[in-house]
Design a protein around this ligand. Structure first.
Ligand code: ARG
Length: 568
């Protein structure tokens, strides 16, 4: 498709002798179509050129040589240059691109670039909580979008399977293992053991000592301890897998922190060589105070490794294995300091410069519950599996009431319930905290997953009613020049750009927002324009546009990990 933005940047570059790539980033899409389809603000140039923005705008305009077929007119308004593109050309472009294209918006732009996306990363023997749900959903979306844009993408799950708490769990299990059933509800049971042994440790110093000894034995690969630990891992993973299956999530690599244990000596060695390792109260640290990042502990005084050190070893491993251009960590903002320290210390590793530069913490906010209803007795830990199951059953109830004849309420209920939860996690700027409220999440008319699905189903039923799909090449573009059709066409045109923006900012909510905008634009189009009309050419054009909206909604939703129902 013609890239109008690029074309405009190219012409401005010629008229102003400024850098085309940079200019392109300044170009905006005006909120009000009255101000054109694209706008170039001259404010940032004012300082450099020592002129008032309106003057700059006029001077550029005088020198511009525009392609009149693509761009109808250019106007100066205040400090802006407003571009009005030719709607017939735009419409033709969109229709041609849409024709027989099941992968609309796909690109090879990322070819040759490798991106690791680390997401989910729950902890063994601990609940998969609502925060893990969020990283899972955000990470999977980023994964899908990078892949769609042609990047070589690797999805990694960095399981928390190491730490001194396993010494305690082993001790607890040794004492009371046969009282607990690890088969049905492993994590809940392991948590009970953990709480019990912890209490005992507080009372009895010798028990604590035994726990420490277990951890030491585990580190030395004692068969009994390793076996038990493997078992805890296995039952936990089985439980996590249930959630992944419900969400339709997969990983290319699942590696626990324990994998890096024998890869840490090299990290100590490199830091020593770089002369940054210091001793402090028996522990080994890197002092980052001059960077305002405090002190980063690398090795405890008793010699055991820590979280950040395993992360350092993981960075080396990833650089060696994948030679990545970017490595994204989708982790809650609570760990911001950890990642700042990690990336700072990683500068001393023996990995390529591009890997060092490509490390990025993608931070997301917390999820709070609007009511106490979902919280369990032991506090605010909600089992994600229960949450998903509840979403599905709530949707099924609504379906049974609204549409009692529906054939497979369970199948559609699952897509809608899960879709609602996924969408809710992506609907707003991810760093913001969010409130979980059932009425909001499942509202078919709100800015929700079900609303997108509902709009999709509407496009389907229009096509069913008309019973045919016209050929794209036969559509008369003149029939789609009204305001409502154009609003839809412009959005369809910008689909790929919204995907690009997601990757530029690592902000999947841009796509979620886009889908809401498209669904709303379609609703207005549908309410204002009769689709079935006497004018066959007009009808064909509108049917085709309806079909196109359905297609883009479906592709977009699937990139978010949401399946479309056939009926609602
Ligand atoms: N397992 C950790 C947690 O649940 C998250 C791990 C994040 N990833 C990392 N490379 N440190 O809090």
């Amino acid at each position: 498709m013609i890239n109008f933005k690029q074309e405009i940047a190219k012409q401005i570059a010629k008229a102003s002798n400024l850098d085309e790539k940079e200019l392109e980033t300044y170009i905006e899409i005006p909120k009000d179509v009255k101000n054109g389809d694209y706008a170039f603000p001259c404010f940032r140039l004012a300082k450099e050129l020592k002129k008032a923005p309106p003057q700059i705008a006029n001077e550029i305009k005088d020198k511009l040589v525009i392609n009149e077929i693509m761009i109808e007119k250019v106007e100066v308004l205040g400090g802006y240059l407003n571009f009005y593109i030719n709607r017939q050309v735009l419409t033709k472009e969109v229709l041609a691109e849409m024709a027989d294209n099941e992968k609309y918006g796909k690109s090879e732009l990322g070819k040759g670039k490798t991106i690791i996306i680390e997401y989910s990363s729950p902890n063994i023997a601990k609940p998969f909580h609502i925060g893990h749900l969020r990283t899972t959903v955000i990470g999977a979306t980023l994964y899908n979008i990078y892949k769609y844009l042609g990047y070589h993408t690797i999805g990694m799950n960095h399981l928390g399977d190491y730490g001194t708490q396993f010494g305690k769990l082993i001790e607890g299990y040794k004492r009371w293992g046969n009282e607990y059933n690890l088969e049905d509800n492993p994590i809940q049971e392991l948590m009970k053991i953990y709480v019990r042994i912890n209490d005992l440790c507080k009372e009895d110093e010798t028990v604590l000592e035994a726990c420490r000894e277990n951890f030491r034995l585990l580190e030395q690969k004692d068969a009994y301890c390793v076996d038990l630990w493997e078992r805890f891992k296995e039952v936990s993973l089985k439980e996590f897998q249930k959630v992944y299956d419900m969400l339709g999530i997969q990983f290319d690599s699942i590696i626990g922190e324990s994998f890096y244990i024998d890869k840490m000596d090299k990290v100590y060695e490199l830091l020593e060589q770089a002369n940054v390792l210091q001793e402090s109260e028996g522990a080994q640290i890197v002092n980052l105070e001059d960077k305002g990042l405090g002190v980063c502990m690398i090795k405890k005084s008793n010699g055991s490794s820590i979280y950040v050190t395993r992360d350092l070893a993981a960075i080396r491993y990833r650089a060696q294995t994948y030679d990545f251009d970017k490595c994204l960590y989708v982790v809650a903002y609570e760990q911001a300091l950890h990642f700042k320290q990690l990336f700072e210390v990683a500068q001393y590793l023996d990995i390529p410069e591009k890997c060092k530069k490509g490390l990025r913490h993608v931070q997301y906010g917390m999820t709070r519950l609007s009511t106490g209803k979902m919280s369990t007795r032991e506090g605010n830990v909600i089992k994600v599996e229960d949450l998903l199951t509840e979403a599905i059953s709530r949707v099924e109830d609504v379906i049974k009431e609204k549409n009692p004849e529906m054939e497979n309420p369970e199948v559609e209920g699952k897509k809608i319930g899960i879709g609602a939860i996924i969408f809710h996690n992506l609907a707003n700027t991810i760093i913001k905290d969010q409130v979980f409220d059932w009425d909001n999440v499942l509202n078919f008319q709100g800015e929700t997953g079900p609303y997108i699905q509902y709009t999709y189903v509407r496009t389907k039923s229009v096509l069913e009613k008309t019973g045919y799909l016209p050929k794209a090449e036969e559509i008369k573009v003149e029939k789609l020049l009204d305001e409502y059709s154009q609003a839809v066409i412009k959005l369809i045109y910008s689909f790929q750009d919204s995907l690009l923006q997601v990757t530029q900012k690592d902000e999947p909510s841009i796509l979620a927002r886009y889908l809401i905008d498209l669904a709303k634009a379609f609703s207005s189009f549908y309410n204002e324009n009769k689709i079935i009309t006497e004018d066959k050419e007009l009808q064909d054009a509108r049917v085709y546009l309806t079909y196109s909206v359905g297609k883009v909604l479906k592709i977009g939703a699937s990139l978010l990990g949401i399946e479309m129902p056939n009926k609602m």
